[in-house]
Design a protein around this ligand. Sequence first.
Ligand code: FES
Length: 587
Amino acid sequence: MNPDRLSATTDGYMSEHNNGNSVLRSEEWFGPKDLEGFLHRSGLKAMGYGENEFKGKPVIGIANSWSELTHCNSHLRELAQHVKRGVAAAGGFALEFPTISLGEFFLAPTSMLLRNLMSMDVEEMIRAAPLDGVVLLAGCDKTTPAMMMGALSADVPAIVVTGGPQLKGNWRGQDLGSCTDCRRYWTELRAGRITQEEYDEMEAAIYRSPGYCMVMGTASSMGGIAETIGMSLPGGGSIPGADSRRKTHSEQAGRAIVELVNKGITPSDVVTPESIDNAIRFLLAVGGSTNAIIHLIAIAGRVGIDLPLSHFDDLSKTTPMILNLKPSGEYLMEDLFYAGGVEAILARISPLLNLDALTVTGKTLGENIADATVTNDRVIRTIENPLFSEGGIVALTGSLAPDGAVIKHTAASPELLTHTGRAVVFEDYHDLEARIDSDDLDVTVDDVLVLKNTGPIGGPGMPESGMLPLPKKLLQQGHRDMVRISDARMSGTSFGTVVLHVTPESAVGGPLSLVENGDLISLDTPNGRLDLLVDEAELERRRAAWKAPEPQYSRGYGAMYSEHVLQADGGCDFDFLRGKTPVKLRV
Ligand code: FES
């Protein structure tokens, strides 16, 4: 931006804007009567916009992660039109722009490799473009945290609108939840309990509407977190994608963002230690995705807040899990919406929340949920009658995970939560695929499956490989769970006695890299411990012999990723992206 621009005539913009006493950032582009102002205005006119449509109005970006490579976000172009309606009705001027989009199903090796790239895309587009505020259209797993991270670092007024969850799947009269039931029936297929034809039928029956996975997986967790932390309007975390009220919600977000610009409320006014604690309470009360821990740490890091894993554990001890949704419970997101939605959950746990936290409605969280009621106690339990007396996630530390690991104990087998077993080690995912179903694999159900080299660097991108498949021969014996340990993540829709995010990861020489077949591993979930029962002298011998894997990238984004990505306890953000560089909102 040419500094001379600030002294150029702004042709009445200042007096016409609602605030009257300050100039919008967008006016640096569209106000001055000089060559640059001419070019900027003519660029809008080239798209058919008349001066009366934009002159003196707040310019609202609609950052859209619509993509045909992201089926969960395939309806976001339509929702963008409803956001535009709201922006126009409130006196703003909306311009939609694309961001990269991260779909869980199609991206290899994993969408998580690109989450930080998407956050950079969002941040830098906000910074570079003539925007006074932004509505962030997201949905599929990584798109919501990436949008939030980018908007927090740019720190212009921002509202998250997700595409909402899908309707329930249904196959032969049974409700199906993606992808909890894809995995459950895949296991049954491998065990020979259902036919390939039956499994094929489910393909069309499970995903039947726009939106994200309709269990309390990562996308649902992040949608609820966006609402709880105060960056979405009420209803944002639970209205189904196919429900007409999702369109109304989008229109309301369009109105609200103009108000937010007028009030000068930015994301860092909303995302504070208090609202982050609210988000953690929500995550724990709903038995949400372990991935959300990583995303929350990264989100907090963008506003300079350190969020140690132990803090999740501390809050977990006093947060009952009250939501009865798959994968930890029985119901699906559509049922949650009918039961009162995210607001009703928050109302139930309100004694645990910081109700004074500011939200994008311009009101407090307490004001937003003042009228919320629960209409189905089977879906949303009471604090006095929870599914579990503590939160859904336990942080572990110990000699196998000095910097932490996590287990979603509510989705695990209770009898395995305290277990000591013999390690059966796979060096990476290819090794796992090659040997897991081999008749020669020396394994019993009392063993502990260990997968190495699936962390942030080793994966690369920390893929969702953590729910290791059970060996076929154990499935055929009727077993459905055993202890599994890795430095990977797992899908929020997954389940089982699965220890994840072992940190430091094996690819950087963490203790996981030293585990050998036959070593004893002790999991003590009630006491938050994960230990490798091998004496220190032997470990030292193995450490001296250990060789780091060859780097997977020599250039490009992958090389930058490998050099700068933080471990899971740093939210897998890039070291240079933590913090914010706020965009100047007014001149
Ligand atoms: Fe997009 Fe599950 S595949 S949320």
